[in-house]
Design a protein around this ligand. Sequence first.
Ligand SMILES: Cc1ncc(COP(=O)(O)O)c(C=O)c1O
Length: 381
Amino acid sequence: MSSDRSQACERTPGQAGEGPLVARVDLSQLVANMNCLRRAAPGLGMLAVVKADAYGHGAVPVARSLVAAGAEGLCVATLAEALELRQHGLQAPLLVFGDRRPESVPIAAAHAIDLAVVSAEHLRDLLPLVAQHPVGLHLKLDTGMGNTGFQVAELGAAMDDLQALRPNLRGVMGHYTDAEAPDGKSALLQRQTFQAGLARLREAGIAPPMVHHANSAGCLRGFTEGDTHVRCGIGLYGLLDLPDAEPAGLRPILELSAEVTRAVRVPAGTPVGYGSTWVAPHPVTLATLACGYADGFSRALSNRAWAGFNGGTYPLVGTVSMDAVVAVLPADAAIRAGDRMTLLSRHPEDPHSVLQTARLLGTIGYEVTCALHRRVTRQYF
Ligand SMILES: Cc1ncc(COP(=O)(O)O)c(C=O)c1O
């Protein structure tokens, strides 16, 4: 064992020009993905969803590319996310989905940031503030999501408040729960509820210029009739998972690679990681990678995931640590400290693509990239 260990070759992560753990993001494919979504919704404006740091891809560079390529607006979840974009010089129209705090209104108005109105109570709270702080508002209708927005039945009682805020109302919006489903049933039901809400508003003379209900799946499946805009997130990042079809033209834009901090040939019987949950069955090469659950690489991937190197894929073994995970390669593998292995591949068919990794975890691609911690270096090309 000691002679095997003596072949170890160690190096401090980050000595190379790039960080030990790097997410490389292809901004031209991002724009290609946006254009692909646009082709599915001809004539509609694109509100690009860049919340959660652009689903982990980096909100500022992603937003800059999309706006430069013609996105009509940007959407985020919180006021802080919107302010980050403004602070980085993004002037595009901005919509915040989920901030109902009265103290946010003057700040949003001062930075030309629109707010979604998420409930009747929120609308009432806005009334005394908006005269002084004229903020743009998008009225959210709960067409089936069941967690935010107005029920159509609530609109009647809110009509006086809506009339008072009419000059500020820029849009009416809804959100699909399951536009991915091949039968389209739930999307069609939601569409009907949305149309009923829009009709109820129109009867009262309320017809804001923007109407938007579709996320990426709704956009690609064409559930957009009568809308002026689409609100796409996951499709921009090339990670839309449709059960019945390849989302034509959409490609993943992020690849995660980690530096090998140690490569060592070990004999059979060598344990790996906390709890020694994996033990080498025969002589192998262990490659330790500078990536752990603190980076957003889930501990639930322990002994389940894969990493790519020089065209091959190799299992990750042992428990994922906070800052390290270990790949196992053949004993004679030509790998050394400073080499890089791919932990999330851009090729959907790879066992370590984002979507395959999500499936291993019993989750969705959104969660895999959103989890990537800010300490992961982002590089853009
Ligand atoms: C209100 C709202 N609109 C649009 C989107 C974008 O959805 P998708 O990423 O599925 O395109 C989201 C994402 O969760 C959302 O919360």
